[in-house]
Design a protein around this ligand. Structure first.
Ligand code: MRU
Length: 348
């Protein structure tokens, strides 16, 4: 992704440090955050400096590699086992995190350098898979398609290209004149802050809509296609994604609008029989009660937007049942959201 005429990935590792675009500062400031230790990387995942399933997967893989590099010669095993537990407790829902940590943990048993090589490979594969998802997803997009997306499953949520937005970028590049409606995605506003910023960088025409406007847009026949990302997909095709995705899927079903999920193999969890087995992260009530922004003088501000004294309930993800999903766009093609198709594609 080109930002300020330079090619960036969302997260990368150089030497012993992990670097990432600071997503808490976007869209107001573009800054690179450095994590010198595995613990710094854990903090960055927890506070969402890096977020989005693929990006936190890559960051977690790098964190595991950092732990191997930091481990004392006389007690590598204890150090990396404790580090693994720390990394795995940063965020519970995105499958990619656990996928990457396990692979790098095993690779490190061969040698420290093998852990780093494996983490780099996982990040490279994430970008490559996202590119392929874009190619398959582009086949669904006709000229002048109006697409709704929820949250941010663009290149910021992965190492590059993204999942839900990758087909949109490829369609736009090929001159299909796509138009994107961006759900703002309360409470953290990943749509309004990150997806809108990404689309702007790429010159893709778009409008931000309040989450609760989607229903009337669908009723007014202003949306032809919906593409969202995924944080974890169960064996039966149920999908965990950003809170509000389920609502979009129910509406799409009612209005007979195709509803696609875009995700790489690293998001599927064959150990989860259905969405009921997926752990949903609950985040701090402050995300609902307060908003961060920038004032007219370009100063960062944080204001309370809810009634003082009231508290909030803040589940970060919801489950969309497989029966509401038209198809899943993977790096190996578009599949049905059911067990046999998922098994077949993961076996390939
Ligand atoms: O809480 P986040 O911002 O890490 O949420 C993850 C997401 O970005 C979304 O759920 C997204 O739609 C799928 S992950 C690319």
């Amino acid at each position: 992704m080109i930002v300020h005429e330079k090619n960036y990935q969302t997260v990368w590792m150089e030497g012993q440090s992990v670097f990432m675009i600071d997503q808490n500062k976007l869209p107001f400031e573009f800054e690179i955050h450095e994590c010198k230790t595995y613990w710094d990387s854990c903090m960055a995942i927890t506070d969402m400096t890096v977020r989005g399933a693929g990006a936190i997967g890559a960051a977690a893989g790098y964190a595991m590699a950092q732990a191997y590099l930091e481990a004392p010669e006389d007690d590598i095993d204890t150090f990396v086992t404790e580090a693994r537990a720390d990394i795995e407790s940063t965020r519970p829902t995105a499958r990619n995190l656990f996928y990457a940590v396990e692979k790098v943990f095993e690779a490190g048993k061969v040698s420290r350098v093998n852990a780093t090589i494996t983490a780099q490979k996982i990040a490279a594969a994430d970008a490559e898979d996202s590119w392929k998802i874009g190619q398959y997803g582009n086949e669904l997009i006709k000229k002048s398609t109006r697409i709704l997306t929820h949250c941010n499953a663009g290149w910021l949520a992965f190492v590059d290209y993204g999942t839900a937005l990758s087909p949109i970028y490829q369609a736009h590049k090929s001159g299909k004149e796509v138009f994107v409606y961006v759900d703002e995605t309360r409470p953290r506003g990943q749509g309004a802050r990150l997806t809108a910023w990404e689309l702007q960088q790429q010159g893709v025409p778009h409008l931000i809509i309040p989450d609760n406007a989607a229903a009337s847009l669908m009723a007014d026949k202003k949306i032809d296609l919906i593409i969202v990302g995924a944080d974890r997909i169960a064996r039966n095709g149920d999908v965990a994604n950003k809170i509000g995705t389920y609502g979009c899927a129910v509406l799409a079903h009612y209005h007979q609008i195709p509803f696609y999920v875009a995700a790489p193999g690293s998001t599927f969890d064959m150990e989860c029989a259905s969405g009921k087995d997926i752990i949903i992260e609950h985040r701090n009530a402050e995300e609902v009660l307060f908003q961060d922004g920038m004032d007219a003088n370009h100063n960062r501000v944080r204001i309370r937007i809810a009634s003082p004294g009231s508290n909030a309930y803040n589940p970060a993800f919801d489950i969309t049942p497989a029966r509401l999903i038209t198809g899943i766009i993977t790096e190996k093609g578009i599949i049905k959201a059911h067990a046999q198709s998922i098994k077949a594609v993961l076996k390939e």
